[in-house]
Write a protein of this length. Structure first.
Length: 262
């Protein structure tokens, strides 16, 4: 499993729930964080290069790119150059559009994700007769990283993101908000509380992410394969090992050994 930081742990939780005996190596590219402010060329080259090296070292039977930004930009390229099956992550636009009753859906993501043609294609295919309001909320990445390190989430940053996604046409009618970055589901409880308690949104508003769907895809691609887990899962990081400081509790509770440098 690969992500720019700890956001992919929201996907890990669902994959681990579905395949508890599968040994997992989680790679956090802290040296490249954040991805959302980088160019498409930078992200594609970095993701392809790192996954190539990691595939050689760890010899995985499957790679899950648990990062919306990396997936929407680099998934096609990586699949072309690697022989390992690869499962990507894309914003949960289809399920949100199907479930929305008001017809107005919000999408929170990084700057890089919300501008991708891939997202345009999903909107054209699934948001027919409805409205998708996009908003870049890079500040939520830092808040999710802070939360997993035991820090206090800044409700003001969350409120700013929610105000931003609801300022478009008929924004007050939003009934589903797509969390289009794997970091964001780590804040779903706080986002719901801020939306209702601080901003006066309806308590019926739903925050949607694709983690469960990604886990189902992983299970499908690995169908019939046996697993034998020996010891804890591995958590590796790019850059200084100090980048993983404060994650000890979050990792141990998820059956990971202490972080290692890649």
């Amino acid at each position: 499993m690969f992500d720019s930081g700890v956001g992919g742990l929201s996907v890990y939780d669902e994959v681990h729930r579905a395949l508890p005996d599968a040994p997992i190596v989680y790679a956090a590219d802290f040296a490249g964080l954040p991805y959302g402010t980088k160019s498409e060329a930078e992200i594609a080259a970095r993701v392809a290069g790192l996954l190539g090296k990691m595939s050689e070292r760890f010899e995985p039977r499957l790679i899950c790119i648990a990062c919306n930004t990396a997936s929407t930009i680099a998934l096609g390229m990586v699949r072309e150059v690697m022989e390992v099956p690869i499962v990507g992550t894309v914003p949960a636009i289809k399920p949100a559009a199907l479930a929305s009753r008001s017809g107005v859906i919000g999408l929170l993501g990084t700057q890089a994700t919300i501008r991708q043609a891939y997202v345009d294609d999903l909107e054209r295919e699934f948001v027919v007769g409805k409205t998708l309001l996009r908003h870049a909320a890079p500040g939520l990445v830092n808040e999710a990283e802070r939360k997993l390190r035991g820090g206090t989430v800044d409700r003001g940053v969350l409120a700013e993101a929610l105000r931003g996604v609801s300022t478009g046409e008929n924004g007050a009618m939003i009934d589903h908000v797509i969390l289009g970055c794997t970091h964001f589901p780590l804040l779903s409880d706080e986002l719901k509380d801020v939306a209702v308690a601080d901003l006066g949104w309806s308590s019926d508003v739903q925050f949607v992410d694709g983690a469960a769907g990604i886990a189902r895809r992983v299970v499908d691609r690995l169908a019939g394969q046996p697993f034998q887990k020996s010891g804890q899962n591995r958590f590796v990081v790019t850059g200084p090992i100090s980048n993983a400081g404060g994650l000890e509790s979050a990792l141990s509770s998820r059956e990971f050994a202490p972080a290692q440098a890649f």
